[in-house]
Design a protein around this ligand. Structure first.
Ligand SMILES: Nc1ncnc2c1ncn2[C@@H]1O[C@H](COP(=O)(O)OP(=O)(O)OP(=O)(O)O)[C@@H](O)[C@H]1O
Length: 435
């Protein structure tokens, strides 16, 4: 009885794959080739790498199962320790096979806009995808050819190098680990930010905002070219370090020092050694003036309000007078009035010809102070991608809303309370750029 059910499932799975391959632009007859058809299925689900690993795992699985059987029926004599090693290896390969199969089946569910939980049935060898293959109402979100064309057009787009402003051409930023393999954190982010722009960086949690900032400052290098006024940030890092200011989210200031000492210590660290004491003093005064700290310069940092502490942190970083000034959520923990006051000061800095890039989670209350917006989102592969870069007005048109928070909600995944439109909008923006 069990064998009959298994046989029926096998026939259904072949028919299902036959239809899926046809819908995804592959040759249907490949569904007849055992093992290889699973690889083709992974290709349809845009999980080719996982499919390749699965083929290798299948090969190992068969070799190991054969060895265990041979030992069990005493065809070959091995020591107890070797037998144990073979069994443990078998176990590892089986678990890996299960994990990779889940990845492929889940991606198949996403491809056919179905709940990922259907992959649980597939793991039990129930070929639910039979229906997706044979019924017309189930269509994949993209074919293999469409994805290839899209990938080629995206990676072909490059921002022209410029001797002015910030030119960013990030092909990818990847990390690798033994357990999780290669993970692409960012892909295909290209833009040119002219001098004197105040730019907002938006995106849901984990979209890659900090990774993106680290890549453009050269703090964590990507496969990229980043030019600041025509100079390569990765190659000329030493000479450009005074030109780039980065204010992290967490304040890194000592509470027991006075405000003036904090800024003066920072000046010692950040200003070139060639600068005279008199000049240094002048710069410290200028910066305290810009950030409204003169009146409290002799007070202890620890006694200042949240807004003042934030301004002290920012002033300490701004002392080197950077051309590119980047701030990671400078308004976190500040009320509306203080946040606006801080953004107005940053806006004034941008009007002196510098580029200011700010991550904020409350964009709508200060959007009139910004020129442009960069919006990042995780695509279906959970890779950070560019959804939009341009003026706030153009963003309103592109997203058909004038609320920046609404734009972020649109690109966030459904399980995060969003509308899950990231992939669609990434493609739309890529298409506009290639026109
Ligand atoms: N060195 C790393 N190794 C592995 N994964 C990483 C590494 N750095 C970042 N990530 C992953 O990359 C993704 C993007 O992280 P990132 O911190 O850039 O997001 P974010 O947009 O700044 O998020 P948030 O707004 O929550 O701070 C996350 O899934 C994170 O786990």
């Amino acid at each position: 009885m069990f064998e009959i059910v298994q046989f029926i499932f096998l026939i259904l799975s072949i028919f299902g794959m036959w239809g899926i391959f046809r819908k995804c632009g592959e040759k249907s007859w490949k569904a007849l080739i055992p093992f290889y058809r699973t690889y083709i299925l992974s290709k349809c689900a845009d999980k080719k790498d996982e499919g390749r690993v699965l083929l290798i795992l299948d090969l190992f699985n068969n070799i190991l199962s054969f060895s265990v059987s041979a030992i069990n029926i005493k065809l070959s004599n091995v020591s107890a320790i070797s037998y144990r090693i073979i069994v443990i290896l078998s176990l590892i390969v089986s678990i890996s096979t299960i994990l990779y199969t889940i990845k492929i089946y889940s991606a198949l569910c996403v491809l056919f806009k179905q709940n990922k939980w259907w992959s649980a049935l597939m793991m039990l060898e129930i070929p639910i995808y039979f229906f997706w293959g044979v019924m017309n109402r189930f269509q994949p979100t993209s074919t293999i050819q469409e994805r290839e064309v899209r990938a080629a057009s995206l990676s072909e787009y490059e921002e022209k190098e410029s001797n002015e402003g910030l030119t960013i051409n990030i092909k990818s930023r990847t990390v690798s680990s033994l357990t999780k393999g290669k993970k692409v954190l960012l892909r295909d982010i290209h833009m040119h930010i002219p001098q004197g722009r105040m730019v907002m960086l938006l995106g849901g949690s984990g979209a890659g905002k900090t990774t993106f900032l680290n890549a453009i400052t050269g703090f964590e290098k990507a496969d990229a070219t980043v030019l600041l006024n025509g100079r390569d940030v990765y190659k000329d890092f030493e000479s450009l370090k005074y030109e780039i200011g980065f204010v992290p989210q967490q304040d890194l200031i000592r509470y027991n020092d006075t405000v003036e000492k904090t800024i003066s210590d920072s000046a010692d660290l950040r200003l070139p050694l060639s600068i005279s004491k008199q000049e240094e003093k002048k710069k410290i005064n200028e910066v305290m003036d810009i950030f409204g700290l003169k009146a409290v310069c002799q007070n202890l940092v620890g006694k200042q309000s949240g807004g003042q502490k934030k301004r002290i942190s920012i002033a300490s970083e701004f002392i080197s007078n950077p051309y590119l000034f980047i701030l990671d959520e400078p308004d976190s923990g500040l009320d509306g009035v203080l946040a606006r006051n801080l953004m107005e000061r940053l806006h004034a800095i941008s009007r002196t010809g510098r580029i200011v890039i700010v991550i904020t989670h409350s964009p709508d209350r200060v959007k009139d102070l910004f020129d442009d917006v960069i919006i990042l989102a995780k695509d279906a592969e959970r890779t950070g991608r560019l959804v939009f870069y341009g003026s706030i007005d153009d963003a309103n048109t592109f997203f058909n809303t004038d609320k920046l928070e609404e734009m972020v909600r649109m690109i966030n995944r459904k399980e995060e309370g969003g509308e899950g439109l990231a992939d669609e909008l990434i493609e739309k923006f890529g298409g506009l750029r290639n026109e």
